[in-house]
Design a protein around this ligand. Structure first.
Ligand code: DGL
Length: 267
């Protein structure tokens, strides 16, 4: 069966995962869903996040995807079982991949409030690295500010300073970017962090895990991403999404609006 990868996130964050996969594997047929009508996920209650995950994964299944990539840590932390129940195909997630990438003993994790409250990162890192010290920091302001588009705004810089400060005080030696939106902030993080602190992007581990599905990576063929086999879908504001995606992807994607939710039967 020809592979068709299905990626989903609440917005542009999952593009950081898609990009790592395309960089490693070239033109991979993919369907991307950004649930922009409901961003952010990470400030929502667990039950709501689980309902959303069921709906978006069912939509991907209906598109005929052969592997689901949960390009969203929040659903990964709270609804991995839901995704596996709906997908009808293998599901690949970020949190285990991130834990496998940890190499130091004092580990900071930046993530959404829902992901931090789930304890999923702490559990996964401690299981693989007993004796490590894990310090999690919830970052509720990041996703709305990133989706607003200015990655160097004063508000983002102030929020980053606030969220990094406890991790710096705790002398972490690596920081996991436990939300797929956060790799968009690497230039800002690098301005605020000493070089000695390693930034871990779980998407790199996910792209490596996909070798099992897509085969080993070939020689990189192009210095730009090959997007021709990708379809981009959102639940709101396709133009805004295309604008925000363009700097990251290196070209403007064409984006289709999708309606996921069933119409309300009472109206
Ligand atoms: N980018 C997602 C994550 O990795 C969702 C963030 C959000 O919508 O709050 O958690």
């Amino acid at each position: 069966m020809k592979p068709l990868l299905g990626f989903f996130d609440s917005g542009v964050g999952g593009l950081t995962v898609l990009k790592r996969v395309l960089e490693r594997h070239g033109a991979v047929p993919s369907v991307y869903l950004g649930d922009t009508a409901r961003v952010p996920y990470g400030n929502r209650a667990p039950a709501e996040i689980r309902l959303i995950a069921a709906e978006v994964v069912a939509w991907l299944r209906d598109q005929g995807v052969t592997t689901v990539v949960m390009a969203c840590n929040t659903t990964n932390a709270l609804a991995r079982d839901v995704a596996e129940g709906q997908a009808g195909c293998p599901v690949i997630g970020l949190i285990g991949a991130a834990a496998a990438m940890v190499e130091t003993r004092r580990v900071g994790v930046l993530a959404t409030p829902a992901t931090v409250n789930s304890g999923a990162y702490r559990a996964s890192i401690e299981a693989l690295h007993p004796g490590s010290v894990v310090m999690e920091q919830a970052c509720p302001a990041f996703v709305p500010l990133i989706e607003a588009g200015d990655l160097f705004s004063d508000d983002l810089r102030r929020a980053a300073q606030d969220y990094l400060e406890p991790l710096l005080s705790a002398s972490v030696d690596s920081i996991v970017m436990g939300c797929t939106h956060y790799p968009l902030l690497v230039p800002l993080f690098r301005q605020l962090l000493p070089d000695s602190i390693q930034l871990i992007d779980p998407a790199i581990g996910v792209a490596q895990q996909l070798d099992a599905v897509l085969g080993p990576p070939g020689t990189p063929m192009a210095d730009c991403l090959q997007l021709e086999a990708c379809s981009f879908n959102v639940t709101a504001d396709p133009d805004g999404f295309a604008n925000r995606a363009t700097p990251w992807l290196g070209e403007r994607p064409s984006v289709v609006h999708q309606r996921l939710q069933q119409p309300d039967r009472d109206h």
